[in-house]
Design a binder for this molecule. Structure first.
Ligand SMILES: Cc1cc2nc3c(=O)[nH]c(=O)nc-3n(C[C@H](O)[C@H](O)[C@H](O)COP(=O)(O)O)c2cc1C
Length: 213
């Protein structure tokens, strides 16, 4: 099947949204926790990406909506902190429903039966049910002019991970902490490590056979 840009533009809004949301493959599955004086907020995001390790930074894409207040962004701007929590296989349904549009004064933690956890005085809530949790300090918001979205960037301040899921070189076994992946906006996948390869040096490239010939 071949979609040209005209075919894509001619699709109905929902089909286009489903297709384009799924086209980049498996995305990270995270819950972002924030705090404000009027309450806590928890929302699912599939756009968290690694930006660099020195300084250690992550970013995520916020799709703003002019009609609806985005609590995650407002809270981050308010107290400068947020947490990123890997979604564990056992809480997929609860995590998914944090995307519902609800009033600011209701916390998704309570609504979706997830547990707020405060660690080492960090000013934003972690999700107790998640095994890998990251505390970040807001650094900057980069507006993407071409489509009106923004990248929210944070510097990593704390990482919590079970000791048995990280080796002495710092490699993490995502399958052992039961982190899931997201396809599109509503499909969740479990992760299985297939292999682990060395750093790719040009003089160590194996002789590959072209499988199509
Ligand atoms: C699987 C999934 C992934 C999502 N990823 C994002 C995302 O990366 N960026 C975004 O702006 N919204 C994303 N959303 C939508 C938000 O979760 C939703 O708008 C939520 O209400 C935002 O909460 P807030 O308004 O309290 O900040 C996603 C929703 C689902 C179901």
């Amino acid at each position: 099947m071949h979609f040209t840009s005209k075919n894509i533009n001619d699709l109905n809004r929902i089909k286009r949204l489903n297709l384009i949301n799924g086209i980049s493959g498996i995305k990270s599955a995270n819950l972002i926790g924030t705090y404000s004086k009027s309450g806590t907020n928890l929302s699912i995001f599939s756009s968290v990406v690694h930006l660099g390790s020195d300084p250690a930074m992550l970013g995520f894409i916020m799709r703003p909506n002019s009609e609806i207040r985005r609590d995650t962004l407002e809270n981050i701007k308010g107290n400068g902190a947020f947490t990123v929590n890997h979604i564990h296989e056992s809480i997929i349904d609860q995590a998914h429903y944090t995307s519902a549009k609800i009033d600011s004064n209701i916390s998704e933690f309570e609504l979706c039966s997830l547990t707020e956890e405060y660690l080492n005085d960090f000013p934003a809530p972690y999700v107790k049910e998640c095994q890998l949790k990251i505390g970040l300090q807001f650094v900057e918001k980069v507006d993407i002019k071409s489509n009106g979205t923004s990248m929210i960037i944070g510097e990593i301040k704390d990482i919590y991970i079970p000791e048995e899921c990280i080796d002495d070189k710092g490699y993490i076994r995502l399958d052992r902490i039961f982190t899931v992946g997201i396809g599109g906006l509503n499909s969740y996948y479990s992760l299985k490590r297939i292999t682990s390869l060395p750093y790719a040096r040009k003089d160590e490239i194996p002789k590959f056979k072209n499988k199509l010939m």
